[in-house]
Design a protein around this ligand. Structure first.
Ligand code: 5AD
Ligand code: SF4
Length: 487
């Protein structure tokens, strides 16, 4: 973890006006509060950070935890902690419903531990209807903030600890990027890195541009410096994160393409693997394909959301490519980089989708042979253009289409996976796998990730975690492999 020396901060002065020093000041104030509370209770104070949603949120949660740990909280992986924060997602309604369910459960815990504090942040909090609902139905929540002022968490935390009642601070948008805040990484050997924030695409179903704001790229020097610090700290794999990484760098003073950024990242000594997410097909350049092809470090995996295979639906989705353009792009990538895995996202039940449109999507799945596809039932998001479209598809039809697509997707993914059976690959060992393995249940297994993002289980122990090893992919079991280590 990046450590910050709070002992040099004078908390008896007024807070500084500039960042990140202002936040260091409030971290020091929080630390004083935590120390006092701990000695009053005769035990350490604990915190629990719980994440809903995407990799961006997972990275934000590492920042929240970094600040809480710097302030003196001990991590407790339980909702019984003294400070509990839910970092929420709102991309589909079921993510929202899960947050409400878990929040209901917290009420009883707070009754048993009156000094407990409950905070909510993230994408869902950028919606005013959500704030209203929490105000009226969950009044025991102490702190609410959104996606734009997360860098101010230390300051908000301090004010919340010092006051009673609900503190709400939501910003509509920001162009600020504050560097050098503490981060507590979940894995010592791999890390996400934000390269840009927000999204300008306005796909008609998607709430992200409304909750994450306009696109802003981080300066390449800041990204490179952060990755160098991470590799010095033992990280071997990074995942460059953005809603649309292919448009990285457009708003910088010295504009830079994503492919150019990747080439700079490639040069970092000690770094072994580079991943990135997510790519919009309309912005994926030939330059990027060439850079990926020639790279020793960029993983053989591309996540390229299709959303629909019907040009008519794609147009209504405001995706700005046709079925043919998507297929041509995917096939070009496959021909240039034959061992690449292409994965995708598909939405079923977008307004106006007919059985014929679904057949078009299935046709793309069969042609491109996706290595994996995440299929989602369309969820109506208030405020998006698609929510106002009149021809919403009846639920029964959506369910039928979803099941039909899922079967095709699973069959193709299984076929793709089987292709590599009997070959040798490199896997980054990520964790110990305790699950029973049929007859050989006594054997201890570890789980590794191949360059193409597939999972392989091999015999081994915890000492291998974080190492990149050669493995033979002995047996394909649907979506993962059983393998053995090779010298
Ligand atoms: N309904 C269903 N799925 C959605 N996604 C985004 N918005 C919606 C929505 N309103 C899916 C897209 C995106 C993924 C992260 O979530 O497929 O790529
Ligand atoms: Fe991530 Fe979008 Fe969900 Fe926000 S709404 S957590 S950006 S998937």
């Amino acid at each position: 973890m990046k450590t910050i020396d709070l002992d040099t901060v004078d908390i008896h002065l007024d807070p500084p006006d500039f960042e990140p020093q202002r936040q260091y000041y409030f971290m020091a104030k929080c630390r004083e509060y935590v120390r006092a509370e701990s000695s009053r209770l005769g035990r350490p104070l604990t915190c629990g950070v719980f994440t809903f949603g995407c990799q961006m949120n997972a990275r934000d949660s590492e920042k929240l935890e970094g600040i809480l740990r710097t302030a003196g909280y001990e991590a407790a992986d339980s909702e019984d902690a003294d400070f509990v924060i839910f970092n929420t997602c709102t991309v589909r309604d079921n993510a929202n419903q899960r947050v409400y369910g878990r929040l209901g459960e917290l009420k009883g815990r707070k009754r048993r531990n009156p000094s407990m504090k409950i905070a909510l942040c993230g994408c869902m909090m950028q919606e005013s209807s959500v704030i209203e609902k929490i105000r009226t139905s969950y009044p025991f929540v102490d702190l609410i903030f959104g996606t734009h002022n997360i860098y101010k968490f230390a300051e908000l935390l301090y004010h919340s600890l010092e006051t009673e009642g609900m503190l709400i601070d939501i910003w509509k948008d920001t162009d600020r990027i504050v560097e050098n805040l503490p981060v507590e990484r979940k894995y010592p050997f791999k890390s996400g890195i934000n390269i840009m924030f927000g999204c300008n695409n306005f796909c008609s179903y998607c709430i992200v541009p409304y909750v994450r704001g306009r696109e802003r790229s981080r300066e390449p020097e800041d990204i490179i410096r952060e990755i160098k610090e991470l590799t010095a700290d033992g990280v071997v794999e990074v995942m460059l994160l953005g809603q649309n990484v292919n448009s990285y760098g457009k708003n910088l003073n010295h504009s830079m393409t994503f492919a150019e950024l990747l080439q700079e990242v490639e040069k970092i000594e000690g770094l072994r693997r580079i991943r990135f997410m997510t790519s919009h097909p309309k912005d994926l350049s030939d330059e990027l394909i060439q850079v990926m092809k020639n790279s020793q470090k960029i993983c053989r995996h591309l996540h390229l959301p299709l959303q629909s295979g019907s040009t008519r639906i794609l147009q209504r989705m405001n995706r700005r490519y046709t079925k043919e353009q998507y297929v041509d792009l995917a096939m070009k990538i496959r021909s240039q980089i034959p061992d690449i895995a292409i994965t995708t996202d598909i939405i079923v039940g977008f307004p106006g989708e007919t059985p014929e449109d679904l057949e078009e999507t299935i046709d793309v799945v069969r042609t491109v042979q996706f290595d994996n596809a995440f299929t989602f039932i369309y969820s109506k998001r208030t405020g998006t253009p698609a929510a106002a479209m009149e021809d919403q598809v009846p639920e029964a039809q959506v369910k039928k289409n979803f099941d039909r697509l899922l079967k095709v997707v699973q069959d193709t993914a299984r076929e793709q996976a089987a292709k590599y059976e009997g070959t040798i690959g490199e896997a980054l060992i990520e964790e110990v796998n305790q699950e029973d393995d049929g007859a050989q249940s006594c054997q201890s297994l570890v789980t590794g990730r191949l360059s193409n993002n597939m999972i392989v289980h091999v015999p081994g122990d915890a000492s291998m975690i974080g190492k990149i090893v050669r493995v033979s992919l002995d047996e394909c079991r649907g979506f993962y492999y059983m393998g053995t280590i090779r010298p």
